[in-house]
Design a protein. Structure first.
Length: 418
């Protein structure tokens, strides 16, 4: 009995250390499992949520602090467990000490790693906000020694990898060579080859060629409530909020990934959209979205008027989807539907650049990015059914008008007819 009284304070200490270790493990999972939409919402949320967003602004600092404290607590836990084990061995023998050590190991694995992280993944936003203040304090405590930790890390790297050099930035030409290699060998899987081609296509496309035209998305004027959505998902997957005049998109909310939304005044939590001219490279739009954590960009013409939007989801589908055309992505139909040899059914939003690459033809110079633009210029008006236009090696015949400015065109490759 005297032995149990003697080790009782140590056992209580072990339980407290397990709880502290579990807290840091849970915070690691909760903070880094937050979705982009959650982090955006936290920036405008409560004091605790803003503290969590502030910690995530420097993820290296946050992760270093969490791992440091978790390591220190675990070392202390096993030191205390060793003390208790030695006392049990002296009193009851090696069998009891071994059983206690094994149980101590299982306890810290389950209660300070597995269970806390599992719960944190399920309730990441709530736990991140709840733990933000104590974690912020723990991060600030070790800030004075972080330069020493960085110095030790740098010294270790130089001793272990003295000739290590950072790789240069990858160029588009490097990706194209990788694609060529994948066609000649099995070093790159089919899915990886598809992604490489998608990335290359971004560097060779304009924002106007990938955007959703204005008639293919819906804007909402503030104040916006959930009732305005009428329980339906928007075509783009984003709630696009217009300015007071209803002319331009000024902010957006990702409805697909949103976990919690207020019933009223949705514009208060919306994120301001990026703005790009129609002639901007799609790869530049993609890079700016990733750097700024914005998911929507408004595309404007020479007059500054919004003519479409590009979303991060659209760009990701362009990279990772089997079909990179806008018709496949927005209209769920083939870009070039071959009716018979040399004759195709295409959408009016098909890009001129995609036609040139698909048919490997030099096309006449034009300032328009799509077939719609070419037809409007040649006809000097809005295309209607049975309108015909000869342009370069193609003959266009408007066969169907589906509304909202969308048309289907029968395209004949005149060179093949000859």
């Amino acid at each position: 009995m005297d032995v149990f009284v003697a080790i009782a304070p140590w056992l209580v200490t072990m339980l407290l250390l397990v709880a502290c270790s579990g807290m840091f493990s849970a915070s690691e999972a909760a903070f880094f499992y937050l979705k982009l939409e959650d982090r955006k919402r936290f920036r405008k949320g409560t004091t605790a949520q803003r503290a969590a967003a502030s910690l995530l602004a420097d993820p290296d600092r946050l992760l270093s602090a969490i791992l440091f404290w978790n390591l220190m607590i675990n070392v202390a836990y096993f030191a205390v467990a060793s003390i208790v084990g030695i006392r049990l061995q002296d009193q009851f023998g090696a069998t009891y000490a071994t059983a206690f050590s094994t149980m101590s190991l299982l306890v810290i694995i389950f209660f300070s790693e597995m269970m806390p992280k599992s719960l944190a993944v399920l309730r990441a936003p709530a736990l991140a906000a709840f733990l933000a203040v104590p974690i912020a304090f723990a991060v600030r405590v070790i800030d004075p020694i972080r330069p020493i930790m960085r110095g030790v890390s740098t010294l270790s790297q130089r001793l272990i990898w003295p000739r290590f050099e950072a790789e240069p930035y990858m160029q588009v030409s490097d990706l194209e060579r990788a694609i060529q290699m994948s066609m000649q060998s099995s070093t790159v899987l089919e899915q990886e080859e598809m992604a490489l081609r998608g990335i290359v296509s971004l560097s060779d496309s304009l924002a106007a060629e990938l955007m959703r035209p204005r008639m293919r998305f819906k804007m909402f004027q503030p104040p916006v409530s959930l009732k305005d959505l009428d329980c339906e998902m928007t075509p783009s997957g984003y709630l696009l909020i217009a300015d007071e005049q209803g002319d331009d998109v000024v902010s957006a909310i990702n409805l697909i990934d949103a976990t919690e939304l207020p019933q009223e005044n949705l514009e208060d939590i919306a994120q301001e959209v990026l703005v790009f001219p129609w002639c901007a490279q799609a790869s530049e739009v993609f890079q700016q979205m990733l750097a700024s954590e914005n998911e929507v960009a408004a595309v404007v013409n020479e007059l500054g008027e919004t003519i479409g939007v590009v979303t991060l989801r659209d760009l990701m589908e362009t990279i990772f989807s089997n079909s990179h055309g806008r018709s496949e992505r927005i209209l769920q139909r083939k870009t070039f539907e071959e009716l018979e040899p040399g004759i195709y059914l295409i959408s009016g939003m098909t890009s001129v650049r995609r036609m040139s690459k698909h048919f490997q033809l030099e096309l006449p110079e034009t300032r328009h990015a799509t077939i719609n633009g070419i037809l409007q210029e040649e006809l000097d008006g809005i295309p209607e059914v049975d309108d015909e236009v000869d342009w370069g090696p193609f003959h266009f015949l408007v066969v169907e008008q589906l509304g909202e400015g969308h048309i289907l065109v029968r395209m004949t490759l005149r060179q093949e007819e000859e």
